[in-house]
Design a protein around this ligand. Structure first.
Ligand code: MN
Length: 199
């Protein structure tokens, strides 16, 4: 029997002759620790795609307001389809007639550490995801420290919440003060213009 295709949903939604998004052939990030990425995506509505490497794919949530560094703010995070590992480096323009049409920027990136426990015992990210309660420590350029993703009921709605640790800071607002790509330093507009000029 064939192995289950974890990227089936991702691939069904896209026409790879039209979009420059990766088909997804990479299974590992090549980093010692699992990676995370936050992509700013100016689709029909601006949002931040929050992705965590778990079992060879990027588990994904769409966060309309982006991550907060203030533990008293919970941010809605809507679960979306798993993305391939190679998506972590994707920056560019998705054409008009394609799913997710708009401009994508790598807004933050880095590695993370799982901090999931159940009855005092460490549990895997996979099991924590199934329980709808995931805790991890991010090491990014803009965002770092502990965060939790907590599922609301049984549907696709989760909340992304900053944990109250040394990196918590209610006065910071990186979503508005640090708008550029951590990969190329470009704004969304510059990414779009570069692609236009490239023809
Ligand atoms: Mn998106």
């Amino acid at each position: 029997m064939d192995k289950p295709d974890f990227l089936k949903k991702y691939r069904e939604k896209r026409n790879f002759d039209r979009t420059s998004e990766p088909f997804g052939s990479k299974k590992k990030s090549g980093k010692k620790q699992p990676i995370f990425v936050i992509q700013k995506h100016n689709a029909s509505q601006l949002h931040y795609d929050f992705r965590l490497e778990v079992d060879n794919v990027l588990k994904s949530w769409s966060v309309p307001k982006g991550p907060s560094t203030d533990p008293s703010e919970r941010r809605l995070a809507v679960r979306t389809e798993d993305h391939p590992i190679d998506y972590a480096d994707f920056e560019g323009v998705i054409p008009e007639d394609q799913y997710g049409a708009g401009t994508v920027m790598v807004w933050d990136a880095g590695t993370y550490e799982s901090m999931n426990k159940k009855d005092e015992k460490e549990i895997s990210m996979k099991d924590a995801l199934n329980d709808g309660h995931v805790v991890f420590k991010l090491k990014g350029k803009k965002i770092s420290g502990g965060y939790a993703l907590i599922q609301k009921g049984k549907g696709d709605n989760w909340f992304l919440i900053k944990m109250n640790d040394d990196e918590a800071d209610a006065r910071r607002n990186p979503v508005s003060t640090e708008p550029r790509s951590v990969l190329t330093k470009r704004t969304l507009e510059e990414i779009r213009n570069d692609e236009k000029n490239a023809g």
